[in-house]
Ligand binder design. Structure first.
Ligand SMILES: Nc1ncnc2c1ncn2[C@@H]1O[C@H](COP(=O)(O)OP(=O)(O)OP(=O)(O)O)[C@@H](O)[C@H]1O
Length: 277
């Protein structure tokens, strides 16, 4: 489904160049929910922009269903952290959600059906006539999610979408994403710097090193498929996984792409702990 191969991105300015991504390779299968976590500034947003076809990599490539991504692919939707900037203040909720559908030219009836359904699944059916500035931060992010859902994407890329909302809203939105993922069968790549979120949400967590960035570890999250904020987060396995990711991120802060091999050597330790216990 989604293949990232030997991806490198160097930003070149007049006086300096920054190698944000060194050599990233990973695969995301159809219908998977994968989290991506790494230290601040390690290139998570850069990677997502390359995957969404918004910027060109310096080397390597991204493929969606075998086809190279060289511009925004039709079956992909992106939800960014700054919902305030991605919603138009002068458009009500319904119009904001319908906006990307306009270029699909589906006809009024189908468009209304998709918008109604998207608002229903994110719990905003009653707020369809409100304007973004009349909504809480969490509700605004729901509008941004509804907009992505209405688009019926095959792949949903999310860049720290809950970083700006309070802890309770964040927990609700995390459960919303898991529910949508299961109901819609969409492939999700969820970028976060929050370790708990990276463990709670996905089936796998890809841990990145500090810049210039490589994949430190591709960790399977072997928590039960049925998750809830209370029981899952208080389970022993959650605590083990969380501790492991935390430890890796701490190491990542001191290791970049140059010392990748040394860090990768530790990636089987968690499995070892598990079989010992
Ligand atoms: N347009 C740009 N021009 C030059 N350098 C850039 C540009 N965008 C990002 N960078 C640099 O690339 C590196 C990775 O940035 P990026 O925003 O992708 O990281 P991030 O992991 O998403 O950061 P954070 O966790 O803080 O959101 C940083 O060193 C950053 O300064």
């Amino acid at each position: 489904m989604l293949d990232v191969r030997n991806l490198q991105k160097i930003y070149t300015g007049r006086n300096r160049s920054v190698e944000a991504l060194r050599n990233l390779t990973f695969h995301i299968g159809a219908g998977e929910l994968v989290c991506l976590v790494g230290p601040s500034g390690c290139g998570k947003t850069t990677l997502l922009k390359c995957m969404a076809g918004l910027i060109d990599p310096t080397d390597g490539e991204v493929r969606l269903d075998g086809r190279p991504v060289d511009g925004p692919p039709p079956g992909m939707a992106v939800v960014f952290q700054e919902y305030g900037r991605s919603l138009f203040a002068w458009m009500n909720v319904r119009d904001n959600v319908a906006l990307p559908l306009r270029r699909k030219k589906l006809g009024k009836a189908r468009e209304k059906e998709l918008v109604d359904h998207a608002l229903e699944v994110v719990g905003l059916a009653d707020a369809h006539q409100a304007y973004p500035w009349q909504l809480s931060g969490g509700m605004q992010q729901r509008v941004a999610i509804a907009r992505a859902v209405a688009f019926e994407p095959k792949v949903l890329l999310m860049d720290e979408p809950f970083a700006a909302v309070d802890a309770q809203t964040r927990a609700e939105l995390e459960d919303l994403i898991r529910r949508l993922w299961r109901e819609l069968g969409v492939t999700v790549l969820f970028v976060t710097h929050d370790i708990d979120e990276a463990v709670y949400l996905g089936q796998r967590t890809i841990i990145l090193s500090t810049s210039p960035t490589v994949v430190l570890e591709d960790l399977t999250i072997d928590l039960p498929d049925e998750r809830d904020q209370l029981h899952t987060r208080s389970s022993t396995r959650f605590a083990e996984l969380r501790a492991h990711v935390y430890e890796q991120i701490q190491r990542a802060k001191h290791h970049n792409g140059d010392t990748h091999a040394a860090v990768a050597d530790r990636s089987d330790e968690l499995a070892l702990h598990k079989s010992e216990s």
